[in-house]
Write a protein that binds this ligand. Structure first.
Ligand code: DGL
Length: 301
């Protein structure tokens, strides 16, 4: 089941652990997962990261669970080829429907974003009414409701699918009348349900955060705390790496960041520049083909 890394397993000089120096693999259906990459970078700048955005096949949120599982398997098997020590699923839709399948077949730890997001929502709510906006797939899976109720079964969860927000973000259309009207429409039932915490249950949505804040300021009578899972995921990741003896600690040298996409890099580079606080030219983003899963890894879930 385990793939041999094409890039080998470099020795972590700081810890002496054979695995600690390997990169962390992160993947998303598109560019939204960069919100998670940024949080991980801030939490652990010494870790090397390989990020894969499946930009040729985004969106995942409107597809069937079995298709999402198949795509997720292809992305993770590709990351194994880069010698990663752990996989972060920086996509709510994949985390909602494919985590058990991935954990079943991958020979390394897999971390999703739903549990950290659910926990942040529960912590932020004083009234016990939590709203979630996410893709159709995530809402239909009931994953947030389950994760929130696993923490506190008395909480009322009001979820609403917000499918138009992903293409808006992918288009870079994150301000102005069109995204504001879409956000207003999607938040209306949550405001009506008097939630006091809203989880942005899709890694693309934090890019619309200024619009979300404006809509809540102008249309919501009660104070609402908006949370996303990126920071909580980064904190969970640090804990998991430490527990598993996989942390690349002790180095003051920033880790490397390798960016991979499955479609042309242009739009992705512009956004990556914003997220990494440095210019990311197109040639720094590699376009790869993942239609052929890596040999030796198949889904038997
Ligand atoms: N990144 C996905 C998520 O967090 C949204 C984009 C998509 O639909 O693929 O659910």
């Amino acid at each position: 089941m385990l793939n041999q890394s094409r890039y080998g397993a470099p020795m972590d000089v700081a810890t002496g652990s054979p695995d600690g120096g390997r990169p962390i693999g992160i993947f998303d259906s598109g560019l939204g997962g960069l919100t998670v990459l940024r949080a991980i970078r801030r939490e652990m700048p010494d870790e090397s990261l390989v990020f894969l955005g499946d930009t040729a096949r985004v969106p995942y949120g409107t597809r069937s669970p079995s298709t999402v599982v198949r795509y997720a398997l292809a992305c993770s098997s590709q990351l194994l080829e880069y010698g990663v020590k752990l996989v972060v699923v920086a996509c709510n839709t994949v985390s909602a429907v494919a985590l058990p399948a991935l954990r079943n077949v991958l020979p390394l730890p897999v971390l999703g974003v739903i549990e950290p997001g659910a926990r942040s929502g529960v912590q932020a709510s004083l009234t016990g009414r939590v709203g979630v906006i996410a893709t159709k797939g995530t809402i239909a899976s009931g994953a947030y409701e389950r994760a929130i109720h696993a923490i506190d079964s008395t909480i009322t969860v009001c979820g609403n699918a917000a499918p138009l927000l992903v293409p808006l973000v992918e288009e870079g259309w994150t301000e102005g009348d069109v995204p504001r009207m879409a956000v207003e429409r999607y938040l209306a039932p949550l405001i009506e349900a008097e939630v006091d915490a809203i989880v942005l249950g899709c890694t693309h949505y934090p890019l619309l955060r200024p619009v979300v804040d404006e809509v809540l300021r102008t249309s919501c009578p009660q104070p609402v705390t908006v949370v996303d899972s990126a920071m909580a995921t980064a904190a969970d990741l640090k804990r998991l790496l430490t527990e598993q003896g996989l942390r690349c600690s002790g180095s003051s040298i920033p880790g490397s960041v390798r960016l991979l996409v499955t479609d042309m890099p242009a739009g992705f580079s512009a956004l990556a520049s914003r997220f990494l606080d440095r210019s990311v030219p197109n040639f720094d983003v590699e376009q790869i083909d993942i239609t052929t899963p890596a040999a030796g890894l198949s889904l038997h879930a």
